[in-house]
Ligand binder design. Structure first.
Ligand SMILES: C[S@@+](CC[C@H](N)C(=O)[O-])C[C@H]1O[C@@H](n2cnc3c(N)ncnc32)[C@H](O)[C@@H]1O
Length: 253
């Protein structure tokens, strides 16, 4: 897919003007992981998954591969990452090259849903951190589409927000509770949870607010800046009302 097509698709997914999409990438300029998960969780994930050299890992909506590139470094897995944001794919390649991991990785600019429909491979581990709701109309469809490309006994890692007990719901973006989400994923295998609660939000929000302030200084009159500002303004509400966890679903043998 070329960059123009990728920007157009992302604009449609994010419901924003195509010209603003590169600025969306700039919002995350100081972050390698684009989710409110804790660093310690990311570091422990490879061990929890029992990663070994040569295992094949697919990261869908990989962003800058901030979650999975360390797995290539520590466990010598082979990684394919797919994302629609050209800036993120470029940065993932650059980080791989900089750390000498170039040969163990491939990063592809593509729609992850189309990649899943096309691939003939079966994967030992598939990771979708903070991207499942963007890829298929429902999570059920997504989970069913992923089963044929996951090896028996393979592991699917899904990172998602969940409704914090006693918090508000947004009717436009309703979330299940931690327990409801666990029961939902239980239809596809046995489930483990790495729950960060609300502990990862602050480190996720602060750099975005700083980037937003820089962008407003740099482009004060840019139409659409309000839409971008709306995204960062909403983060405090999300922090108050959503937890974040990784669900690890092991496919039955
Ligand atoms: C919240 S970010 C998470 C990035 C990464 N997984 C991480 O944890 O750092 C969601 C990512 O999904 C990507 N994305 C959204 N829709 C996509 C699609 N249809 N195909 C591929 N990537 C997509 C976005 O470009 C973005 O990088």
């Amino acid at each position: 897919m070329n960059e123009r097509e990728a920007y157009a698709r992302l604009a449609k997914i994010a419901g924003m003007d195509e010209g603003l999409v590169p600025l969306l990438a700039e919002l995350f300029i100081d972050q390698t992981v684009i989710n409110p998960c804790r660093d310690t969780t990311i570091r422990q994930l490879g061990k929890v998954l029992g990663l070994k050299p040569g295992l094949r890992v697919l990261d869908l909506g990989c962003g800058k591969a901030g979650v999975t590139l360390p797995m290539v470094h520590v466990y010598k897995v082979r990684l394919v990452g797919v994302d629609l944001m050209p800036e993120f794919i470029r940065e993932a390649w650059a980080r791989a090259e900089h750390t000498g991991l170039y040969e163990g990785c491939e990063f592809i600019l593509d729609d992850a849903r189309e990649f899943v429909a096309r691939t003939r491979s079966q994967w030992d581990v598939i990771i979708i951190n903070g991207a499942l709701p963007y890829l298929w109309p429902t999570m059920e469809e997504g989970m069913n589409a992923l089963q044929p490309i996951l090896k028996p006994g393979g592991k699917l890692v899904i990172g998602l927000p969940y409704a914090w007990p006693g918090g508000e719901q947004d009717p436009e973006e309703p979330q299940m509770s931690l327990d409801e989400t666990t029961a939902f994923f239980g239809k596809w295998g046995s489930v483990e949870i790495m729950d960060d609660g609300r502990d990862g939000w602050e480190a996720y929000i602060a750099p975005q607010k700083q980037s937003m302030a820089r962008l407003k200084d740099a482009y004060p009159d840019l139409p659409g800046m309000m839409a971008l500002q709306g995204l960062t303004d909403r983060l405090d509400w999300e922090k108050a009302n959503w937890g974040f966890a990784l669900w690890i679903v092991t496919k039955n043998q």
